[in-house]
Ligand binder design. Structure first.
Ligand SMILES: Cc1cc2nc3c(=O)[nH]c(=O)nc-3n(C[C@H](O)[C@H](O)[C@H](O)COP(=O)(O)OP(=O)(O)OC[C@H]3O[C@@H](n4cnc5c(N)ncnc54)[C@H](O)[C@@H]3O)c2cc1C
Length: 379
């Protein structure tokens, strides 16, 4: 191993740096990917060891400002997971002849892809609550920077760390946004959840109605499962199925790696300037560098933006204080997955059929129904 397995974030920096292309990401039994070095091709240059951010930590920054924010364009706000800033900033970069890298569902995988046309922004919009594969994105980014292109990279903090470590120096044309993250399950687990709905070409994790796992094919919805009925989603929300390293994530704190940090503004108090609109997403924006200030102010005419205290932001969002705590039944899940497979293992570990959890589901489905009736009455 290049770093201890329990520290490996699966950032792909080692894969990208290897001059012999002899490192590949391989799935373990649960689908978590780890680098495997082909010893016959390896020339022992140790670049993989040197580039690994888990071996050589990257300098992070203390946020300078915190804002509650959302995009003023209502349609854009509703289409996005939170306040829609990721898409707005991406659009700005592309309109200024730059390139954006973000996570998309492509070739039956969630992977980071390059976007250079605003028509493709939908592909990277929205949180995908699963590990996104970087493939050779860092190499591509380096090439664009060499050509003096502006590049925006949006990803989890560990992926921003991987990119910075790969580049090895400050790049004036590189802009980074790290998203507040509480952990990523493996793609294999998501595939198991969705195997009855194949073929599909897009998965949404949140929509206007909240946390729903929605599967599309050619623009048509195949299935939409509310989070409380989806084993995958329950396991994600309960911190049962993340990569091992997510439980000791060194980036889950208030020191940030991106020029900007985006998350949901949990625990937001009363706004001074406008009544907050609870139904729609409110983003937390942390500005961590001068470049972040420039980037945010390039789009601020299209935003609701109210400065808040950094302490309020940190107090409301546990991922800015500590990493996710391991679920009490994680060992049950891992052990049973090998014996009885995906559904059985999750049902057992989540205690899915206990009286308490059955009741919770009945209450959740009724509150959704009540919400729907209220909306119809009000319309
Ligand atoms: C795995 C994961 C866990 C998260 N956990 C939290 C949390 O605990 N607390 C919190 O406040 N916010 C969390 N978020 C962030 C939140 O869901 C929103 O993404 C964020 O607030 C930005 O919202 P937005 O409307 O501006 O952009 P969105 O429209 O949501 O776009 C998000 C951007 O993130 C990128 N992205 C999407 N999925 C992934 C992925 N799997 N890996 C890397 N990059 C991705 C996309 O390229 C896109 O540009 C999480 C996001 C992810 C992907």
């Amino acid at each position: 191993m290049i770093c201890p397995a329990e520290k490996c974030t699966g950032c792909f920096a080692c894969v990208n740096i290897c001059p012999k292309n002899c490192i590949q990401m391989k799935e373990d039994h649960f689908g978590y990917v780890y680098p495997e070095v082909d010893q016959d091709l390896c020339i022992h240059c140790n670049l993989c060891d040197k580039v690994c951010p888990s071996n050589h930590p990257i300098q992070a920054n203390q946020p300078m400002n915190a804002y509650a924010s959302w995009v003023l364009d209502q349609e854009q706000r509703e289409l996005s997971t939170s306040g829609g800033l990721a898409t707005l900033v991406s659009k700005f970069i592309i309109e200024n002849r730059g390139i954006v890298f973000g996570a998309a569902y492509q070739d039956k995988e969630i992977q980071h892809i390059r976007i250079d046309d605003v028509k493709d922004l939908d592909k990277i919009r929205g949180s995908k609550y699963v590990h996104s594969y970087l493939k050779f994105a860092y190499r591509e980014i380096k090439n664009y920077l060499k050509q003096d292109k502006k590049v925006l990279f949006i990803g989890t903090p560990c992926q921003v760390a991987g990119l910075k470590s790969f580049l090895g120096k400050e790049e004036s044309n590189l802009y980074t946004i790290d998203i507040v993250c509480h952990g990523v399950p493996s793609q294999k687990l998501l595939k198991e959840e969705l195997k009855d709905f194949e073929p599909y070409d897009k998965v949404l994790f949140r929509d206007q109605n909240g946390f729903n796992l929605t599967v599309f094919n050619k623009g048509v919805i195949i299935k939409s499962i509310p989070s409380y009925k989806s084993l995958y989603y329950q396991a994600f929300l309960d911190s049962l199925t993340y990569r091992e390293n997510c439980y000791t994530c060194p980036y889950a704190n208030s020191q940030r790696l991106g020029d900007l940090t985006l998350g949901d503004f949990w625990g937001l108090g009363d706004l001074k300037s406008e009544k907050k609109d609870e139904d729609k997403g409110i983003s937390l924006v942390l500005v961590n560098t001068e470049k972040g200030t420039t980037l945010l102010h390039s789009v601020d005419s299209k935003l609701f933006l109210e400065e808040r205290s950094i302490n309020e932001a940190i107090a409301g969002n546990s991922q800015l204080r500590h990493s996710s705590k391991v679920h009490k039944n994680r060992d049950v899940f891992l052990g049973q997955y090998l014996k009885i497979g995906y559904r059985g293992a999750l049902e057992e570990a989540l205690e899915y059929n206990s009286v308490k959890n059955r009741l919770k589901r009945i209450i959740s489905s009724n509150s959704l129904l009540m919400g729907l009736i209220k909306r119809i009455k009000n319309s």
